[in-house]
Ligand binder design. Structure first.
Ligand code: SF4
Length: 253
């Protein structure tokens, strides 16, 4: 039986995964990644900041201060100036220095490699105990860099899960993290693809304002679609593209 508007949330979540896996390019766990330290600091810089501005801030920071010790020792105002392309440099600069200070104090060097050996929950707790590191940032580092079975829920994953009906309409991002994780198998490959595909879908199709529903392959069971257009007709379903066409634009980072 096909998944419909009234199907259970867990079924919608799994169907979302299968369909978007087909719609976008399925990824492998062996994607080239940034180092864990870079992932962590870049994710702090990326808060409400475009990818280009985040990269610029990161490059300027390392150019100005050389390495993590240099960033830690830098006058905070100068660090804020170096990362000025981010949204809140005056908040992020002391935060980055505090994170670096704690890592150096606890581990003796600027590395997160020990997290590979730690259980997921322990790593999550350690990371989220640091200032400015939330569930999303910690999950990104643990999934992308260490292939731990955890799901980062960013604004796109959260919005699509609400609209489709994978979670309750008003469920918070932290709640979505828990619910979606229970609905999906504890397989890092599935979780990585689910995260990236819904992130791309939110960036390219299911926009915050005016989602491009006619192009969306989830319309046959998405609550938002039902509310705004009524049940998808056979014609609408037949006209829906099965694959992302690169002529529509490159997929984001
Ligand atoms: S049908 Fe529309 S609202 Fe639903 S997931 Fe697709 S683009 Fe988003």
């Amino acid at each position: 039986m096909p998944t419909t508007y009234t199907s259970p949330p867990a079924e919608k979540t799994w169907q979302d995964h299968l369909i978007l896996n087909e719609f976008f390019e399925p990824l492998t766990l062996e994607q080239p990644r940034r180092t864990p330290m870079r992932e962590l600091i870049s994710t702090i810089l990326s808060h409400r900041t475009t990818h280009a501005d985040e990269e610029l801030a990161y490059d300027r920071m390392l150019e100005a201060f050389g390495d993590w010790q240099g960033v830690l020792d830098a006058p905070t105002a100068e660090l804020a100036h170096a990362i000025r392309t981010t949204r809140w440099p005056d908040t992020q600069a002391p935060r980055i220095q505090e994170v670096l200070r704690r890592i150096k104090a606890e581990r003796g060097e600027f590395t997160l490699d020990f997290l590979a050996e730690w259980p997921t929950e322990q790593g999550l707790q350690w990371l989220t105990d640091m200032p400015g590191i939330g569930l999303k940032t910690a999950s990104l580092v643990l999934l992308f860099n260490f292939h731990k079975p955890i799901l980062p829920v960013d604004t796109h994953v959260h919005r699509i899960a609400q609209r489709v009906g994978m979670i309750a309409p008003k469920a918070s991002a932290d709640k979505a993290h828990k619910v979606l994780l229970e609905q999906l198998p504890p397989d890092p490959l599935v979780l990585l693809n689910f995260h990236k595909h819904n992130y791309w879908h939110g960036q390219r199709v299911c926009f915050f304002t005016k989602p491009d529903c006619p192009r969306c392959p989830l319309k046959g069971f998405c609550n938002y679609y039902l509310e705004h257009y009524g049940p998808a007709t056979p014609e609408a379903l037949a006209a829906t593209p099965k694959k992302w066409d690169t002529a529509w634009g490159a997929l984001p980072h």
